[in-house]
Write a protein of this length. Structure first.
Length: 247
């Protein structure tokens, strides 16, 4: 089974459609959306509806912190631009879309795979995996051989040996990486809807459960149109600029 791991869509319809089309060309048979369907971007209703269509056909979908923030009365801990986007997003979604987002799980386990938005030790707390120590903590907190995480907008791969030694590297796109069963792995595909590594192209990854091969991808899309929609919606200019620069 070839699985597309897509995360941090952030209401960016152009990026999501580009990733879905790219995955379809590669004959992906299963889709997983690792949270943060909304927030930052200007098309929360369209993105949520599209993911709901995939969920109805069996896609796996997680709740992210921006999705959860829609149902929190106090969002003062969020960055002002993110908070403004969340407040605006509430008014853009209908009851069915809000119910879908509210009831999404924090984690999904499938055989030797664990899917979470933030981390495995406390997925509902939204703490980041910022480096080797956090990756090690997450892998120690579960039994899965491979964990897939969102939340961090930069593609990263962590690996842990049987003795607990843990390392990381930034993967090159389009290069297949065999995930040895002699190690534990933590995969961060990067953000589809708001990349932050200086490259505005959308991120996602595929994993082949038969060959145990992981591949990261960068997908060009019309980020100028997506940024223009953010500006037209009256959302913070910084959110539009981020799409243009990928930072």
């Amino acid at each position: 089974m070839l699985i597309a791991m897509i995360t941090d869509l952030h209401a960016n319809l152009e990026a999501l459609q580009a990733c879905l089309a790219h995955a379809a060309e590669r004959r992906v048979s299963q889709f997983a959306f690792l949270g943060d369907l909304v927030g930052y971007g200007a098309e929360p209703a369209a993105v949520t509806s599209l993911v709901m269509e995939y969920a109805a056909r069996g896609a796996w979908v997680l709740q992210g912190n921006h999705d959860a923030a829609l149902f929190q009365s106090d969002t003062s801990s969020m960055h002002p631009a993110a908070r403004q986007a969340v407040e605006w997003t509430r008014s853009q979604l209908n009851a069915e879309q809000l119910s879908f987002l509210r009831n999404l799980p924090y984690r999904i386990e499938k055989d030797d795979l664990l899917l979470v938005h933030a981390n495995a030790w406390a997925p509902e707390k939204w703490e980041y995996i910022d480096g080797v120590m956090e990756a090690m903590r997450s892998m120690h907190a579960c039994k899965a051989q491979i964990t897939f995480c969102g939340h961090v907008h930069i593609p990263t791969l962590y690996h842990m040996t049987m003795t607990g030694k843990t390392g990381e590297f930034l993967p090159a796109p389009e290069h297949s990486i065999p995930l040895s069963k002699q190690r534990r792995w933590l995969v961060i595909p990067g953000s589809a809807g708001q990349p932050r590594d200086g490259n505005p192209a959308a991120c996602y990854a595929t994993f082949d459960t038969d060959t145990q091969e992981l591949t990261f991808y960068r997908v060009p899309y019309d980020y100028e149109t997506a940024a223009g929609k953010i500006t037209a919606a009256g959302l913070p200019a910084s959110l539009a600029k981020r799409l243009l620069t990928g930072e």
